[in-house]
Design a protein around this ligand. Structure first.
Ligand code: ADP
Ligand code: MG
Length: 244
């Protein structure tokens, strides 16, 4: 066993009301190099779960371990360096006025020397097949291209884990397909562990394992074949995946 993420009995609630748990006693672990898809209806706790992994949400109880680090105040920045996140709305994640400036932003913050920075930006854009758009304004890209730039920004930081929180939800089918292909390629080349929260059947099918959440609980876990075989049962649970 070579676990990169371990969650142990995580619970969390946003409000003071009793029994309003956004996360209700969740435990699971992810092996290095594994791809986990998290599916479940809106409001089931998927995003909250993802946020516990890099400390954006601090669990009320339970333990989080990422790599060799227990998640606590002392280790939080080491953990954040290991975890890159891509969010749903491609327009909310740009800070640079060109694609290359945008990808460079995180590296600038880390104080990476200029020549290394240029090389890492070039390399990251090449890996997501966006090098030809390096000088383009992010606003002038398609949704799929924007998400590939967001992925390049993460790849440039050389993390070990990439979390995609509905990163393909706002894209058209072509955009979804190109982002999914990019995630597959980057995962292999960079030896990343991936967590993708998704409503897309192809994205869920690309994972090694699927976790199903409902009302803050982890209700099912299995290979895509196992999970898809539940078919109708999952739809009755409020899932909107078009199961085959
Ligand atoms: P999902 O990502 O599966 O749609 P979330 O993790 O966003 O679910 O939400 C889980 C639960 O927590 C929902 O009941 C949601 O309304 C609630 N919630 C999420 N974010 C907040 C917040 N910032 N403040 C209060 N409640 C929240
Ligand atoms: Mg969400």
């Amino acid at each position: 066993m070579n676990e990169i993420i371990t969650l142990n009995n995580i619970s969390y609630k946003y409000t003071d009301e009793e029994n309003q748990y956004a996360l209700d006693n969740i435990s699971f672990s992810i092996e290095k190099g594994e791809w986990i898809a998290i599916i479940g209806p809106n409001g089931s706790g998927k995003s909250t779960l993802a946020k516990t992994i890099n400390g954006l949400v601090e669990p009320e109880s339970g333990e989080v371990k990422v790599g060799e680090f227990d998640l606590n105040e002392q280790n939080i920045w080491s953990i954040r360096e290991m975890v890159g996140m891509v969010f749903q709305n491609p327009d909310n994640q740009f800070v640079g006025s060109t694609v290359q400036d945008d990808v460079a932003f995180g590296l600038e913050n880390l104080g990476i020397p200029r020549d290394q920075m240029v090389e890492r930006v070039h390399d990251a854009l090449e890996k997501v097949n966006m090098l030809e758009f390096a000088e383009r304004e992010p606003a002038r890209l398609s949704g799929g291209q924007k998400q590939r730039v967001a992925i390049a920004g993460i790849v440039a930081l050389q993390p070990e884990i990439m979390i995609l929180d509905e990163a393909t939800s706002m894209l058209d089918p072509k955009g979804r397909e190109e982002v999914l292909r990019t995630v597959k390629e980057v995962k292999e080349r960079e030896n990343l562990s991936v967590i993708s929260i998704t409503h897309d059947i192809d994205e869920a099918a690309a994972a090694n394992r699927i976790i199903v959440m409902r009302a803050g609980k982890l209700v099912k876990e299995g290979t895509p074949e196992e999970i898809f075989s539940y078919g109708e049962q999952l739809i009755e649970m409020g899932l909107d995946l078009p199961f085959p």
